[in-house]
Design a protein around this ligand. Structure first.
Ligand code: BG6
Length: 271
């Protein structure tokens, strides 16, 4: 198909999508969106220069899929989906829209079905089915890293008055106005379905993150010391990125009984 080409990028098998509305680069390793650019616009996603690009290791940047658990509670951190080699099952296209459906990924009686749509927004939809006899506690995220002019310049709107867990202290707080950054920030806002905007005046743009099936948003910037500790993250790279993750995390975990499904959706674009 003309709008979809297979290629190799830094040793990884990737799909290059290009249509009238946008272009995207997606690694089969993790079904990981590495790049997304609406036509005529600057890149929306951030990717580390220090990232691993190899089997068994996650990619730093883009949109890792954290499934079927979020965070470091179990090994590997953020689950197994971002380390899995996914297979493209089918594609459909129309002018300005390319839809990629992936083969279902099965892990311990849990099935993940993923669709990625590249259009004037980038949409991702992940449906989990529990085939096991036991109830399953699902946590997950589209761990999107956004490219920004500088972390000191931006603000995130949409979470004013939302309650959050500060992962760094273990304490819960209520957000007061917009989110701005002047230190390491690692929070789970876990009772809001609202869309968020990454407002970046220096880039004269607002990135809009809208969602369904999610009451939680994770906001993360590692700042100085953690950037230095991470082997796959440049010491100064924290300036140019912010994570606003569409999640089921914190108090927003989902319990799936045998045969039950849950769908998490995100739609990312410019406002
Ligand atoms: C975020 C977490 O979602 O992911 C952070 O809130 C974590 O605590 C970050 O450091 C990156 O995780 P990883 O496993 O990709 O290094």
């Amino acid at each position: 198909m003309a709008d979809l080409v297979s290629d190799i990028w830094n040793g990884l098998r990737v799909l290059k999508v290009q249509n009238e509305a946008a272009e995207a680069l997606i690694a089969l390793h993790g079904a990981h969106v590495l790049s997304y650019k609406p036509a005529g616009e600057r890149e929306l996603l951030w990717l580390s220069q220090e990232s691993w690009h190899e089997a068994g290791k996650p990619i730093r940047g883009g949109i890792p899929i954290c499934w079927p658990w979020f965070g470091p509670a179990q090994e590997p951190p953020h689950g197994v989906a971002r380390l899995n080699e996914w297979t493209l099952r089918e594609t459909a296209s129309e002018p300005g829209k390319t839809v990629l459906g992936f083969e279902a990924f099965s892990f311990e009686n849990r099935i993940a079905e993923l669709t990625i749509t590249v259009a004037d927004t980038l949409s991702m939809e992940l449906t989990t089915t529990n085939l096991g006899a036991e109830d399953f506690r699902l946590t997950e995220a589209f761990h999107s890293y956004f490219a920004i002019s500088d972390i000191a310049n931006i603000r995130i709107t949409g979470l004013d008055k939302a309650e959050y867990l500060d992962t760094l202290t273990g304490l819960r707080h209520i957000q007061d106005e917009d989110i701005r950054f002047n230190a390491e920030t690692d929070r789970i806002y876990d009772s809001s379905a609202a869309e968020c905007l990454v407002d970046d005046p220096a880039y004269t743009r607002k990135i809009r993150i809208a969602k369904e099936g999610s009451l939680s948003t994770v906001v993360w910037n590692p700042w100085i010391a953690k950037s230095r500790r991470m082997p796959d993250f440049g010491d100064e790279e924290y300036h140019g990125m912010v994570c606003v993750e569409t999640a089921n995390a914190g108090n927003d975990f989902r319990i799936l009984k045998q045969g039950e499904k849950h769908t998490l959706k995100v739609s990312i674009g410019l406002k």
